[in-house]
Design a protein around this ligand. Structure first.
Ligand code: HEC
Length: 135
């Protein structure tokens, strides 16, 4: 009986560690399909593909040096983790509801960024374009 109590306590403790750990992680990498991105040196071809996607699907709301409908994106790769950026592109509506940083942006810009029908590969290419610009 006593042993069971201990086990329950240990399990509860482990669970609390696990969930707080996940919570912090989610704040940094965001909420969405992207859990981890491996970065190498900037891939110019991929960045060029990213620029095409950006110019077609994002430029109406984003510039790099000044605010438009959305925040200026200069140095975004310095303020956010790559996973966070991709999750913001792929899952903006949940991000502005459940991720602290995205929620704050929404509070500031008062417009909901919408999903632009991009694939995960497209989002990765856009990330590469941002990395090239921020280098
Ligand atoms: C309808 C306008 C609109 C479109 C289109 C749009 N965004 Fe956004 N974006 C926003 C707004 C507004 C925010 C701030 C969060 C919010 O209010 O939803 C934002 C936030 C972001 C952020 C976070 C910026 C930061 O400072 O952390 C990134 C990155 C981003 N957008 C990338 C993109 C990319 C890439 C595309 C194209 C695939 C795109 N956005 C399309 C309006 C837009």
């Amino acid at each position: 009986m006593r042993r069971t109590k201990y086990l329950v306590l240990i399990a509860a403790f482990a669970l609390s560690l696990l969930t707080t750990g996940c919570g912090e992680n989610t704040e940094e990498i965001g909420i969405g399909p992207v859990k981890s991105v491996t970065l190498g040196p900037v891939d110019k071809n991929l960045a060029d593909k990213g620029k095409e996607i950006f110019d077609a699907k994002c430029i109406a709301c984003h510039k790099f040096d000044y605010k438009l409908v959305g925040p200026p994106l200069k140095d975004v790769t310095k303020r956010r983790k790559p996973e966070w950026i991709m999750n913001m592109i792929l899952n903006p509506e949940q991000m502005t509801k459940e991720n602290t940083a995205a929620k704050q942006l929404f509070g500031q810009y008062l417009t909901q960024m919408t999903f632009q029908n991009v694939t995960q590969d497209d989002a990765r290419a856009v990330l590469e374009y941002f990395r090239m610009l921020d280098n």
